[in-house]
Design a protein around this ligand. Sequence first.
Ligand code: COS
Length: 384
Amino acid sequence: MDFDLTDEQRLIRDTAREFTDNEIVPRARDNDRNAHFDTDLVAKMAAQGYLGAIVPREYGGAGLDYVSYGLVVEQIGRGCSSMRTVVSVQTSLVCSAILKWGTEQQKQTYLPKLTSGEWLGCFGLTEPDTGSDAANQRTRAKRVDGGWSISGAKMFISQGCHADVALIFAQTDPELGYRGLACFLVDTRANGFTSQPIHHKLGLRGSDTAELALDEVAVPEEAMLGGIGDGFKVAMSALDSGRYSVSCGCVGVMQGCIDASVSYAKEREQFGRPIASFQLVQAMIADMIVDMEAARGLAWRAGVLKDQGKPSTTETSIAKLFATEAAVRTANTAIQLHGGSGYVDDHPVERYFRDVRVTTLYEGTSQIQKLIIGRAATGINALT
Ligand code: COS
């Protein structure tokens, strides 16, 4: 077993760290305060090769392995979870799905535009009445001359207002259940496609979260990603990559919480000495570090399995469950350590806390991850 990063992976991590410190950290608080989706910063991340990092170079990507991609995501997550969400959605949910399921023509059409940041993509799986029960899609795709007509609604879609292309999951034949689902690459400028921003979120205020409506949107036959009936597998395989990305982002949040807490504990004095000298404060820091190191180890294991081309769904769920829950715990502890100062945004920990809360919900709740892990252990599907 080798826990060492290669020289190249270290360089990739250090470059991402520098980029995060120079470009992302200085803007994170204002973007959060103003609920501003920073397209300028998104363009800079694209120029660094961070959108579609795992996409092979022949399609305009950076051609990174999964572990390296995770290192980049960790750094960006340390800076700002809203920007990390852009990377995760664009790379894992959109690009990885096109890479795995797309025809050569689809890969050549979409991937260079997505990796360069010329286009943004979004992942339209969740619906107002369909969250954890992802197979139960109400959005319908009906056959028409030359293609399909899609009608339905999608909810909580990251990048939904800024996306140029939307992966839309739709039911082609309700009688078939999940075997009737298909995924379509939908041009968001098409007639009948509209998006509305969702305001007043607890966190991720610097990210674009939207509601989508499709009213008889016409798409050509070649817009289908995979075949009829592959839609559920397209979604699940994309989520295998997305959940890994979320795990790595949470490790970054934990690192940010620890960095801020150690620095604050050494400066802040109470009872005539720095609070870092108190055992209970050191215990808080130790708990945060143990959580972060455990999460990083689990995320790296999932990344290594992906790089080896081995099954990693269960290991990814383990990493996602632990990293997201640990990040919520860690951000909460970081606020406790900062005292009243942690409750206002002069310090980054309150933003970490608000931003990270969504990670136990999106890309599969903690309860869904437990069902996946429990099913792998017992061989029994608790949902059927
Ligand atoms: N990759 C590829 N295929 C997969 C897969 C994966 N990770 N997981 C399942 N599949 C395939 C199965 O192999 C099965 O194929 P066959 O019909 O050929 O046998 C098919 O998909 C159905 O799989 P399964 O029986 O596991 O489906 P379930 O309905 O039991 O899945 C869970 C239940 C909970 C796993 C699924 O509904 C889920 O992940 N829900 C959460 C959705 C989510 O994360 N939403 C957030 C949206 S994005 S913010």
